[in-house]
Each structure stands twice: as C-alpha cells, then as structure tokens.
Design a protein around this ligand. Structure first.
Ligand SMILES: [Zn+2]
Length: 226
C-alpha cells in the first residue's frame, strides 16, 4: 500500500480536528497537530525543542525552519512509515515550500491536501451559537445542543453567556485573517494538483464518508501510477 502523507486545511469551526482524529483511528496513522509536536519537542528537550524554547522564552515566534525540522524528525521516525496526518502546518505559502523541501530531503512527498470547505455563514452559525456557563464552562449550542431553559446551564443553573471568541464580529475577523493567509496556500496546492476539496457543511459522518471516497480515489490513482 502506498503511504498516505496528508495535510488538513480548514477554517475554525470546520470540524477539521474531529475529522483528523477519525482518520487517525481509521487509518492508524499518526495525527500531528503542530502545537502538540512543538510542545512535545520542548518537553523532551531535543535540540530543536531547546531552540524553540529560546524563541518562546523571548516571546518570539518559533521560526518555520525549526518547526519544519521537528516535523521532519517525526516523518523520519518509524511512526510515519505508512504516512501521517498533519494539521496546523503549513499555514502560509513559504511554510508549504519549506515543508516540501524537507520532505524532498527525506525522499517523501505529500499525497494530498484535504481542504474541509465550510462557508463563512456556516462557521458563524456553528461557533456563534455556542453558549458557555459562567461558573463551570459547560458548553451548549442554541441550535445543536440547546439548554432546557434558555440562558441557564442544565448542569448547575448558572447563567449562559456568549464568550468573546464566539461573538459573530470576532468570528468574522478570524475568518478574514484565515482567508487572507490561506487563499495563497490553497492556490499553491491547487496548482500542484494536491488539493482535494471536501464539502464540510454536512454532518460529521457524511464529511468522513466523503474523505474516505477521496482517499480511495487517491489510492487508485497511486496504484495506476506505479
Ligand atoms: Zn454549568
């Protein structure tokens, strides 16, 4: 079986993390959220982890080459022999170039970039409908998981509020930033014929089905190419 080296892209609220975890379980591939890779390297005190920590202690961003180095170490370890699922990196075109160069060095290539496509309206509906309990952080949703009494937590009777992060204007601002950064990245992968768009507005099971169909097609194409 050909290896599956995948990158997941999608806006906040696209359900990308949920799909990534499902893929991890179904395909038995490592699922790497880049923040986790970074924290693990710092915790384990690897050379790259130490270098990353110096930047973080100074309050600076960890440079792309350090992050790419960490991803490279993971790719080169036995855990990724059959492939991997990368989430949260790359986020920009230069990062995509750096990742491609590192993979080239390791004799690997990306199989596909799965973009979980969800409209801005749907993201605002999903994230903007969240209500959080002020006392204990229990989370409800006006549409998908409404409390018994509007504005009151089912568990402890506390008031439910809209957190700042869940306010529509804040969500829209995050989406603007996401689109500005991601659009060139999406074009980049599209030109390389790596991009596969997944309709993300459907329920999670249906999204998982369409990812499965996409991967089956990719495997057919890979077999034919051999
Ligand atoms: Zn509560």
């Amino acid at each position: 079986m050909a290896e599956l080296n995948l990158v997941l892209l999608g806006p906040p609220g696209s359900g990308k993390g949920t799909q990534g975890e499902r893929l991890r379980d179904e395909l038995e591939l490592p699922y790497w959220a880049t923040g986790d890779i970074l924290r693990a390297a710092v915790r384990e005190g690897t050379d790259l982890g130490k270098s990353a920590k110096e930047y973080m202690d100074r309050g600076d961003l960890v440079p792309d080459e350090v992050i790419v180095g960490m991803i490279g170490e993971r790719i080169d370890s036995g855990e990724a022999a059959d492939g991997f699922i990368l989430d949260g990196f790359p986020r920009t075109e230069p990062q995509a170039e750096a990742l491609a160069a590192k993979m080239d060095e390791l004799g690997r290539r990306l199989t596909a970039v799965l973009l979980i496509d969800v409209s801005d309206e749907e993201v605002v509906r999903r994230l903007g409908g969240r209500r959080t309990c002020v006392e204990n952080g229990h989370v409800f949703h006006v549409e998908f998981n409404p409390p018994e009494i509007e504005g009151v937590c089912d568990v402890d009777g506390s008031e439910l509020i809209v957190r700042d992060d869940d306010k529509p204007e804040v969500i829209r601002h995050r989406l603007e930033q996401y689109h500005a950064k991601t659009a060139p990245l999406v074009d980049h992968y599209d030109h390389k014929s790596l991009l596969r768009r997944i309709e993300g507005a459907a329920p999670p099971d249906a999204v998982a089905d369409s990812i499965r169909r996409t991967l089956a097609t990719l495997r057919l194409e890979a077999d034919e190419a051999i």
